[in-house]
Design a protein around this ligand. Sequence first.
Ligand code: HEM
Length: 449
Amino acid sequence: MSTVIDGLPPGPATPMPLQTLAMMTRQRPYLERQRRRHGPMFSLRLASLGRMVVLSDPALIKHTFTADAATLHAGSRSPLRRILGDNSLLGIDEDQHLQQRRLLLPPFKGQRMKAYESLIEEIAVEEIDRLPVGVEIATAGAMQRITLRAILRAVFGATGARLARLEALLPPWTELGQSLSRFPVVQRDLGRRSPWGRFLGMRAEIDGILDTLIADARSDPELGQRTDVLALMVQARRVDGSPMTAPEIRDQLVTMLAAGHETTAHTLSWAVERLRRHPGVLARLVAEVDAGEGKAFRDATIREVQRMRPVIAFAGRHTMKPFEVGGYRLPPGVLIGLSAGLTHYDPRLFPDPERFDPQRFLDVVPETYTWIPFGGGIRRCIGATFAHMEIDVVLRVLLSRVELVPTTAPDEPWRFRGVAWAPAHGGRAVLRRRPESVTRAAGPDVAAA
Ligand code: HEM
């Protein structure tokens, strides 16, 4: 009979400040070293997060992702709750989480994605056609603008002056929120000039605009025909028949923006960074785009980019009750970090993991508990299908309209940008405009947009 040990698995013996410093400055090699030393489950002690148990084994990951929602929380201890609002999907658990998640799932189902594709294509064409050619640029800015506008139009249903105002307000608001989420002590309203006061003032203005969008949707005679997520939220009903309240809709909208904007943009910048360094993959992708039919290789490439460069390092769960995993009974109050970075680089799961090889995902559905860039279980990213569709459309537009000049430059290092990991130099690229004949041949939709 196997015994269960009460407590935490072993980890580095170095003092907490040194562990914290290592995680801040050289996280990936540090985690790899701990895995080599301690195996796929080890403990860290970190200044802001306390005790953290890192997992990178598919069986342990499955056990944790499928655990009872009352034993492991993902929301209630999250610093994002105060930033995004009391109803935010990222800040709630158990019944409240399930109820909100059920209301939000329908707009993100696979069959709805067609409705968003042409909108995203239009946004991508506009932005990509504006990029300078023949000089080295960071593509990150364009990717951020595309993914922001995509969410504001497809999810918020914003257009015209409201779209423009939200585009101006939301990036500085999320940036300030990211900084404030790390320092709870400054989360005090000391007037309009204080950081928290400024944050609340901006949120009040954002809420004002969202309220007008919600009110307009409620009185829109064409509401039933609309495809934006806000319109679907306005029509959603709980089991008791009651609609979502305006504060709930507002909190979920800003949550989707915070969760879906930079994550998708950074993944696109990583795609540029990877493709320029792998001309064989790039040529095969361009040939597929030019053929104008099929996208199996593009799908595989996106998955391989997300395997090698998962922008969210950990899916987090907090133990609310004792939780047994991997032969240990963890006490309440421990953070479990399910590590995409370590799991995706395990050579037993992905042979030759340092090799960028989309072939490994060609016509293969990734394993639920070995490929985890979107987390898993009942907290798995609600926008995963949307994000994949968006990355796919933007890549198709990019490769059909410009040539991505390959490079022999070293890989861009990883840089943490508030919520997610981005290429340190912004996915630098030299572009050349492609002849119009090719652009047209790549698909009638692209040429028409
Ligand atoms: C490449 C892009 C994206 C990545 C890598 C990503 C990754 C993640 C991850 C790792 C989680 C946590 C899952 C867990 O704890 O198990 C998550 C949750 C979430 N994501 Fe995404 N995400 C992306 C895009 C999006 C988009 C486009 C949206 C919405 C439009 C979105 C909305 C959400 C929401 C609402 C949650 C919370 C789900 C819950 O707690 O039930 N994400 N995402």
